[in-house]
Design a protein around this ligand. Structure first.
Ligand code: FE2
Length: 254
């Protein structure tokens, strides 16, 4: 039996070891709990049994466990400037997992879901169960990041988005219905970062995720919350809106 109240208590205890007066630490704690809840909604829609629903929630709760050390050691959430927080989180959990769940029967599912949650693509070598739960946490995580883009955006960053442009590098992924790969040598703008979040729609897995996206009107709300000063950016963002909305409507047709 998975004891979720205990897991949540342990998680809060773990986060308390960090500087909780730092809004970035607090923010990741809240994000983790929201992803736990979104995972529940998707898992219930997929008609999983009670134990599997709890497993999906536990993975949601723990998916970003690597973020706290990342902020503490590097003061960044940029994996390229620090470490891969999915890999780090999975390794960390290899030591801490018994605090969160008594049985070891789901250890590999948990480790692989956490390790794969932030990758551009899921590792092809996962077994069916690992792949299923990895896809689920990826959806829940992406939906909450879209929500955060609307509700939790720093004023200074907002101004930088308003002034910036969209690159052809980013636009090509959108036109090909693909999640945007982090470029190694191309400089990307703040607005490219926002478009990258919108392009998460091309990498959602489950029907419920598309339904939530549509209900919450995430695509249009993200686009409409900025005030584009750049004429070229304005044209490109409308193209992004059209492509992304069409893609979602097509997914929901079947
Ligand atoms: Fe993450």
């Amino acid at each position: 039996m998975i004891d979720l109240p205990n897991a949540n208590k342990e998680f809060i205890k773990y986060v308390k070891e960090f500087d909780v007066s730092n809004s970035r630490i607090k923010g990741k704690q809240r994000h983790s709990i929201r992803v736990e809840n979104i995972s529940k909604i998707i898992a219930e829609d997929l008609k999983l049994n009670q134990e599997e629903i709890k497993l999906a929630m536990l993975i949601g709760l723990l998916h970003d466990i690597g973020r706290f050390e990342q902020e503490k050691q590097y003061h960044t959430f940029n994996d390229l400037e620090s470490f891969d927080h999915g890999d780090y989180g999975a390794d960390l959990l290899k030591r801490l997992i018994r605090n969160y769940i008594d049985t070891d029967e789901y250890d590999n599912v948990i480790f692989e879901s956490v390790r794969n949650h932030n990758k551009l693509r899921i590792d092809e070598n996962l077994n069916e169960q690992e792949n299923f739960f990895a896809k689920l946490v990826r959806d829940a995580d992406k939906l909450d990041i879209m929500d955060e883009t609307i509700n939790l955006f720093y004023k200074e960053t907002e101004d930088l988005v308003n002034k910036s442009d969209i690159s052809d590098y980013t636009m090509n992924f959108v036109r090909n219905h693909q999640s945007v790969a982090t470029p190694k040598d191309v400089e990307i703008s703040y607005l490219d970062g926002v478009v990258r979040t919108i392009a998460f729609v091309f990498d959602l897995n489950y029907r419920k995720s598309f339904e939530i996206l549509k209900e919450q009107n995430y695509i249009n709300r993200i686009i409409d919350r900025f005030n584009y000063k750049n004429k070229h950016a304005k044209e490109y963002i409308e193209e992004v809106r059209k492509i992304a909305n069409l893609f979602v409507d097509e997914k929901l047709k079947n």
